[in-house]
Structures are given as structure tokens and as C-alpha cells.
Design a protein around this ligand. Sequence first.
Ligand code: ISL
Length: 632
Amino acid sequence: MTLTMRSTLGEVYAHPVGHDALDKVLLQVGRSPRWLTNPVVSRLRLSTLATLARRVAPPSFFEALLRLLNSEPSRYEDHGPGPRAWWKEAVFYQVYPRSFQDSDGDGVGDLRGVIQRLDHLRDLGVDALWLSPIYDSPNDDNGYDIRDYRAIMAEFGDMADFDELLAQVHARGMRLIMDLVVNHTSDEHPWFQAALADPTSPYRDYYVFRDGVDGGPPNNWTSFFSGSAWRRVPDGQYALHLFSGKQMDLNWENPDLRADIAQMVRWWLAKGVDGFRLDVINYISKQPGLPPGDPTIGALMGFTGVENYVYGPRLHEFLRELRAAAFEPFDAFSVGETPGVGLEQATLLTAAYRRELDMVFSFDHLETPGHTRFDDYRYDLNYLKAYLMRWTRDYPSSCWMSLFYDNHDNPRMISKVNPDPAHREALAKLLATIQLTSRGTPFLFQGQEIGMVNQRFTDISQVRDVESLNLYDSLLADGQTPQAAFATVLAGTRDHARTPMQWTPDEHGGFCGVEGAVPWIEGDGDHRFCNVRDQAADDDSVLAFHRRLIALRRATPALVYGDVRFVEARRRGYLGYVRALDGEAYLVECNLTDRPQPTPRRHARLEPVVGSHGTPLAWLRPYESVVYRVLR
Ligand code: ISL
């Protein structure tokens, strides 16, 4: 059904994209979805709403919304559960190679460093590694700006090192997935260089070049890394970059480009790589004509133009083509990074029968409603619970969820929830319990296994990330004081997750392989109290807890394929669920608060299997988490 201005809000909310778009708006403004299911509101026609809301939302807002909605004609069809698969049973671990282990003393982590630390990962019990980009790159965005898809970044080593890493990973019975960054390339990629050198080159059409308008850029789209999304090139045209001015968006409308990408993917898969994480893959299809971004949506989301590419009209088609051309012949795994995609869109992207992606990373759980990454606030774990409950209930059985809190783009979850050091260990264990016993595939990020937290940066000179540095400059340009601008950066900088992995209590946490070397980004000294070596020797440590939980998960099909039943679902501050399969059942119980609370009444005999605070009591201690076996 085509939606028009005569459609009701209820009809919009019943549409997959409409549902996600309205949920997203409610999330941004911090309102409950219940507001929309109220019958009076849901019967409102868009035309009425447009009149009522004309002060805040001009007609262009509704036009943009309808364009987005009507570009998705299909609905989910129930084809039953998807098949069992290794990636549903696996625990993944993300390595950010720049900050993992430096083997040669240049202060930058490298592939030989990763090889040196593989035994740590095997001992932890992880099944698969996701390597952030290791390709040749000028590093404007730490490798997410690729200059050569078939070469290794010199600072990280060479192809022989990569081949050895892959062999060593496989020799330990683990798998390796790479990062596939194909929404954009570096401006130093030969394709872009050829496009610049000769506007008639076939490579010109590999990118998005347009004429300027009235002496300015072609439209009002903004970059995620501050300022316009357009860069003027010497011949006078503009080229699109949704990220930094050195990350040029590729034109997926061009079939030759798509064929080149598929060929490159096959080249890596032929080497034996087990799959890919596809960077901002939902941004690859742009609305034809590149319509201007609606200012209301721009103000709401913080970025202008997003509605024209966050879920573009040819996205599904491009993904199916890539899967058939490259992933399926190798039976390779894919997880899409899809910022801004909600549950309904995720369903259409991952339902097994649609043959697009195996999984996606949705981000709606990373901030409590009404907040963005650069707000300084306390994350409310009741929201994480509500999110898990909704996905558990509404994400169909032919889809499979990813579970993560930390990655290289976000401050550490522990710090967001409660920065009080007294609760650090309990919180690290609580988050691990939820992540490793919920239904879905856990992706741990380096450092999570020892409970790493945000850095106490004190000055902008300690910050390295292009996003943070651009934001800082733009806040100063807007008239903010350096103190205020730094406070904003400090709340949300991605560098919290990018300081060196803390291996030992020694200098720089044992990150640098050579005495006297200095890391490219420095930590705040936390490694003296929090590191792998000390925790490996301590049976109560966060690391030991992760090992126990991962081992339990691996040995327990009920924790992977079992269904989920929430216990006392409405009780705030408490999260409890039963995972059950083939007569085997486990109860997981968590205190989401920093105060003690009673446990619910017991209806079965329980045997504690893994617990954060030793032997469980009749009440839950602050942030305590326990996994029980349910005895019959
Ligand atoms: O910047 C954002 C909006 O606030 C994020 O949602 C962003 O879209 C998302 O983090 C994308 O991240 C990925 O692509 C970027 C790269 O810098 C990140 O490191 C990568 O994970 C561009 O390649």
C-alpha cells in the first residue's frame, strides 16, 4: 500500500519503515512508543498532523518521510526459523589492531602483535575474531579510509604477516572476519585519483560528483564528522563524503563499481577469510537526485540529509547481488553495521529467506532515550532490559540478533552506566552475564574481558580521533569556550575505546613490544590496576568470570538456541529470564541497580552455576548477576 498524506499515523506505524522511523523520532525526543499506540493519536491523518505541527515540521518533513516509507514495498513473510549455524553459536571478539599489541616498538599495534596474543583469545574461549580494517590507508580515520583494498597497512605489517595470522587463527580452531569498508574509499585510492585527474575517466562515476549550486555545495547534507558533506575539487565540482573529507562516498549505482567490489571480496574469501563486518552498509544506496535534507529531521537527528541514504531504495537489491556474487560461493558470514536501522528494517535485512545479510548491528540500545553519545548522562539499564525484551519478542525466528555494548566507536558501557569505581567489577560481570546468556551472538570488544572503562583525558591534545577533533573545532567556531567544547568531546569521544589494550601492570600496559616506545595514543595509567596478567592469576577477576561464562555458553545449547521467558518482566531494576531447550533450563538473574533488592519467589530448585558475588544470598547485591541451573 502506498502511503500518502491521507494515511493515518497508525498506518505509518504499521509500515516497517514507518515503525522504525517513528520509533527513532520517539527515541531522540525521549518518549515512549505507547504515545503512538494511543487510539486518538493513531487515527490522526498525516495531513491533520501537518497542520497541527506546521510550526515544527514543514511540508518537506512529511514529503521526506513518505519518500522513505514508499521506497520499501515489501513486508516480512514468515518462513519459519533459520537454520543452525556456526556464527549463531560463536562468541566473537573485536580486535582494534592499532591498539591491541605493538610488536615492533613503533607505538602502533600490528598483525604480529595480534599473533602474539592469540593464545589469550583462545584461553578466553572466543570462537571468532573481527579485525577492524588492516588495509593500506593514510589513516585519516584509522583505516576506515582505504587506499588499497588488496594491501596491508605498512604500520601493521605485510601480506605474509596476514597469511600467518589467518593460519594461526585457524590452527587454534577459531575463525577470522575482516572489516569491509565499501561505502567510501580514501581520497588517495587510485580510483579517486583517476577521477580527479580526468573528469572523463570511467572512475569519475565510481564516486558522487555534482555541480555546486549558487556558489555553494550541491545540497545541504552534513558530514558525520562536522561541516558539509561535500568537498570542492580543483575542477570546480563537488564530491560527496558522509564521513571525513578524505573518505569519498562510492557510487553504488555504477554496476562496474559493484562488480569490482564483489571481485575484491571474493579475493579475500579465496584466501580463507571466514566473512566480513560490512561498515555502514545501510548507507550505500542514496535517494536518486540527492534531494535536500529536511531541516526538521536534520535538527532532530543531528545530521542533515540522513533520510536520503540511511535506508536507500536499492539497498536490498545491492545486498542480494553482493551476497550472491561473493558471499554465497564461499559460504561466508556477513554482519552489517547499520546505524539508524530499527527492528523492522533489520528484519528485512536479515531474514534468512531474503538472502541479504546474516546479522546486523543495531545501535538503538547504546543510548537511553533522549540522549546522544556526546551527552554526559547516566545510562539506565532498565532501557537495555526493555530493548532486549522487545527484540526477543518481535525479531522473528528467521533472524538472529547481535549482542554488543562496546566497540571502537563508543565510550565504554560500564562508564556510561555508573562511573563509580566501587561498582566497576560488579558491573563488568553483570554486563557479561547479560551479553553471554541472552539469545543472539555476543561480540566482545577488546578490553571488555578485563572491565576496561573510559579514560580520564584532561586535555584535547590527548585526543586523536578525527570525529572528536573536528567536533572540538566546530564547537569553538560556534563560540563555545575550550572548556565547554572539551567537556562535550570527553563525554562521547571514540578514543575512550581506543587506548592501548592493558596486558600487564608495566609501562604502557605491556602494549609496546620494545622498551622506551611510546603508544600512538596514551592511556591514563589504569593498566596498573586493571590488566590481563593480574586478572589471569585471580579466580574472582572479571577475566576469570568471562572465561567461565564463555565456557558455560559453549557447553550449553540452551544458552544458544533455547527460548527466552522473562521473569517478573515489569519489575524495574530487576532482569530475570529462563533459557530452556530440550528439558534443560537456566535462570539468569540480574540486579540492574546499585542497591540491594529481594529475589522473586522460587518455584523450582536452583543450582547456582556462575555468579558475580560468590554464593548467592536470598537477595541480590548491587549489580549482582547469577546464572542458575533449574533442577527438576
Ligand atoms: O558517526 C555516527 C553518527 O553519530 C555513527 O553512527 C557512525 O555512522 C558509525 O559509527 C559508523 O561507523 C563506522 O564507519 C565510520 C568509521 O569512522 C567508524 O569507525 C566505523 O565503525 C566511517 O567508516
